[in-house]
Design a protein around this ligand. Structure first.
Ligand code: NAD
Length: 486
């Protein structure tokens, strides 16, 4: 884990192109791997939030009139900036989230850079409906325009990557932004913000740190904010929707998940064990798409539980040599205790067996041992609710329709996977699973070109891909009456 002395970070907010100390409440920022205090960050006051929104509103006039090529150039410069500062930003991310440095650098930072580069290209290649005379003597054209000021609110699991997912498409589409990181993990984006003045016109991107109930809610309620984009919990999504009602602003909600992983008798078991060991526990399971809810067919079930249990018990965490670690701690003591209490309650059920894990290791930091529970039944809390920790359950099934029904029997609809060598079976599941994404013989793989987002209570709206450019813009119909045609 990087040490504090290796870091260069800022605690200042970016408002209208200038850096300010926050004037609101003070938030203590912890290193989850040790529990040590990294810093204190003062959150934005109400006046500072209003100032940021007003600055974004002023900047909108000229930013929305730039060409796609001009915006593309700016996004490419931001991508280069992140790449040039990647070692420091990754160290901040690793310390503030507790994730292994190699993952912060090779996964999060690389993805953030790629997202800016993708949207730099995508905004220059948009297409749409043809202009034509749908009424004789009238030519109809469809424009796609920006919305205005967008407010974006991010969670703590991938702070800089989530910032990239939200900032890049919004700016590319011609909007200006007020971005709020999670109050637990503001440091990487605040540091990046100190380098943006030479790239972005002032006011185009404002970064205000602070808690959800005050800063987040102010953004969701403000009448000059035309769209609010949130990645977070379902309950937070509901609060944001309520706050957005008065101003009738557009909402974009990426909420929780509880991904089913359907393993059929004919699956390649080595592939499943490798995939779930990696993507059920990556980022300590703090991932809305984590491969956490296995349905294993009876013919493969016992072998899978045994081999997966062996593999999971070998996952490394809390090692002195950070490059050896497969996963880090939970983000906070509260989150670690929440995960532990889910597992404790599950283990009071006589039918649930602990295959591995289910303990809080000794030592400092908010670690929880990677856990595999077998014998879980569909109605169990641990099968139904998002744990957001390194905990995977296995439920046995006999017939395909049963697995499909159970996989869909949840309030979530973000991600799913099916593991089989039979393409017909795979396509049957892919067609009928009610999820924003279904992987076949894989899990968790994301591409900037492909849409990411949920159904049901996992929210609405897409991140990544040109679909998200559509979410951050609006089509307008222009109709010209004239005598030239016919
Ligand atoms: P959270 O909902 O507690 O917080 C997310 C953000 O919302 C934070 O910035 C927080 O300050 C803000 N917030 C909290 N209350 C608010 C309010 N009343 N008004 C406005 N903003 C408010 O979530 P978290 O604990 O940071 O992250 C974990 C959750 O995020 C999990 O449920 C996870 O599934 C979800 N998540 C979803 C995706 C996705 O793509 N669907 C990705 C990552 C995380």
């Amino acid at each position: 884990m990087p040490s504090l002395s290796q870091l260069q970070f800022s605690t200042k907010l970016l408002i209208d192109g200038e850096l300010f100390e926050g004037e609101g409440r003070t938030e203590t920022i912890y290193a989850p791997a040790t529990g040590e205090v990294i810093s204190q960050v003062r959150e934005a006051s109400t006046e500072q939030v209003n100032h940021a929104i007003a600055a974004a509103k002023r900047a909108y006039y000229s930013w929305s009139r730039t060409t796609p090529q001009q915006r593309s150039t700016v996004l490419l410069e931001i991508a280069n900036l992140i790449e040039n500062h990647a070692p420091n930003l990754a160290r901040i991310e690793a310390l503030n989230c507790g994730k292994p440095l190699h993952q912060a650098l090779n996964d999060d930072l690389t993805a953030a850079v790629d997202v800016f580069r993708f949207f730099a290209g995508a905004v220059r290649c948009q297409y749409g409906q043809l202009s034509a005379e749908y009424i004789p003597g009238y030519t109809s054209m469809v424009r796609r325009d920006a919305l205005g000021v967008v407010a974006s609110i991010a969670p703590w699991n991938y702070p800089l990557m989530m910032a990239a997912w939200k900032i890049a498409p919004a700016l590319a589409a011609g909007n200006t932004l007020v971005f709020k990181p999670s109050e637990h993990t503001p440091l990487s984006i605040l540091e990046l913000a100190t380098h943006l003045d030479s790239i972005l016109p002032k006011g185009c991107l404002n970064v205000v740190s602070g808690g959800g109930e005050n800063v987040g809610s102010l953004l969701a309620r403000h009448r000059d904010v035309r769209m609010i984009s949130l990645t977070g919990d379902i309950v937070t999504g509901q609060k944001v929707l309520k706050d957005a009602v008065d101003s009738l602003k557009r909402t974009h909600l990426e909420l929780g998940g509880k991904a089913p992983v359907i393993v059929c008798n004919d699956a390649d078991i080595d592939l499943v064990v490798e995939g779930v060991t990696k993507y059920g526990y990556y980022n300590a399971g703090q991932d809305c798409t984590a491969a956490c809810r296995i349905y294993a067919q009876a013919g493969i079930h016992d072998r899978l539980v045994e081999e997966l249990g062996n593999a999971v018990s070998k996952l490394k965490f809390a090692q002195c040599q950070d490059s050896d670690n497969d996963l880090g701690p939970l983000i906070s003591l509260r989150q670690r205790d929440r995960v532990a209490s889910f597992v404790e309650r599950a283990l009071t059920e006589a039918h649930i067996q602990r295959v591995t894990g289910a303990t809080i290791p000794s030592g400092s930091g908010y670690f929880y041992q990677p856990t595999l529970l077998a014998g879980c039944l569909q109605h169990d809390e641990i099968v139904q609710r998002e744990v957001f920790g390194p905990v995977v359950t296995v439920t046995r099934f006999d017939e395909i329709p049963q697995a499909l029904a159970w996989a869909n029997d949840t309030e979530y609809g973000l991600a799913s996977s099916v593991w089989t060598r039979d393409l017909d079976k795979a396509m049957h599941f892919a067609t009928h699973l009610e999820y924003g994404c279904t992987w076949i013989n894989s899990h968790f793989m994301l591409a900037s070109e492909m849409p990411h987002g949920g159904l049901k209570r996992s929210g609405h709206g897409k991140e990544l891909s040109s679909d998200s450019l559509q979410d951050y813009s609006v089509v307008r119909h222009i109709m010209a009456r004239h005598a030239l045609i016919n």
